[in-house]
Write a protein that binds this ligand. Structure first.
Ligand code: GLN
Length: 291
């Protein structure tokens, strides 16, 4: 009997089906997508080529890489953490341990801002408090060619990630990132202020999925006892830093719209919009200064 031509080798189709089975038995909701993303990264082919040629053999060294990825995924690590990047607003963002994994829900905020801006060519100054990967600010700058922005984060590692993302996206000449405590020490006026602050009440953190709880940075999740601590700070910053015609857009946690509207009012701001995400959850509050 002759030895197989490629000992240990197997086809893309076989590997894919095996992954699907493992992910489905582990009740991973995005089994197909996760299997494709991890296979594409491990085999260094794009996803389309992967599907187009299921009989192609997968090299043993790629299988080894894939096995490592699959072990991590099955232990609850999200694909974006394993691969170190995530797409947001159609743009690639690198992550690190200090950055929240950008969520599709946050695209609602980008949409709300763009709907508010009249004329994409306006020269606007944008401030992003708690910038993380820089995804909100950089998505906006990618759509507003004459806008400039500042991103602030309490973590130097997050600032480094955001600056790297700006560079790779070709937006570094219009974005600066620095470490700070929300808006402390900054001077306005800004035309737009955006923020996706930590908003999960501390007691609810333990009930989050492992993907979130064990892999997103606590500083980006934990909003204090009532989940609203950051909004109180950001509301004061907004009142101080927003120009008279400016507008601010804050992401909200589920069920927080009334409380956060109250915080805005107490800080002298006026609520000017509430935007739901794709799931129908009121996700973004628009506010401006009360003139
Ligand atoms: N949207 C995240 C979640 O619900 C939380 C991010 C945040 O607190 N800003 O998992």
């Amino acid at each position: 009997m002759s030895a197989p031509a490629h000992p240990g080798a197997t086809t893309r189709g076989v590997v894919y089906r095996d992954l699907l089975e493992q992910f489905r038995s582990a009740e991973i909701l995005s089994a197909e997508l996760d299997a494709r993303l991890l296979m594409a990264a491990a085999t260094q082919v794009d996803e389309v080529a992967l599907i187009a040629d299921p009989d192609q053999l997968v090299e043993v060294r790629h299988l080894d890489v894939l096995r490592g990825y699959v072990r991590r995924r099955l232990s609850g690590e999200p694909v974006s953490r394993i691969l170190g990047h995530r797409e947001f607003w159609g743009l690639p963002f690198s992550l690190n341990r200090a950055t929240l994994d950008p969520r599709a829900d946050s695209e609602t905020l980008v949409e709300a801002v763009l709907a508010h801006v009249t004329g994409r060519n306006a020269s606007l100054q944008i401030l992003d408090l708690g910038t993380g990967t820089g995804c909100l600010l950089l998505a906006l700058l990618s759509e507003l060619p004459n806008a400039h922005g500042r991103g602030i984060d309490c973590s130097a590692d997050a600032v480094e990630a955001a600056a790297g993302n700006a560079l790779r996206l070709g937006l570094a000449d219009r974005a600066t990132f620095s470490v700070g405590d929300w808006g402390d020490g900054l001077e306005g006026p800004f035309d737009l202020l955006v923020s996706n602050p930590p908003y999960i009440p501390s007691a609810d953190i333990a009930g989050l999925s492992k993907e979130v709880r064990a892999h997103d940075p606590m500083a980006a999740l934990d909003g204090g006892d009532d989940g609203l601590t950051a909004y109180r700070h950001i509301a004061r910053d907004t009142q101080r830093l927003l120009g008279p015609d400016g507008a601010a857009y804050w992401e909200l946690g589920i069920g927080q719209s009334e409380d956060v509207s109250g915080i805005a009012s107490d800080a002298g701001l006026e609520v000017c919009g509430l935007h739901a995400d794709l799931g129908g959850v009121p996700r973004v509050l628009g506010v401006k200064r009360r003139i």
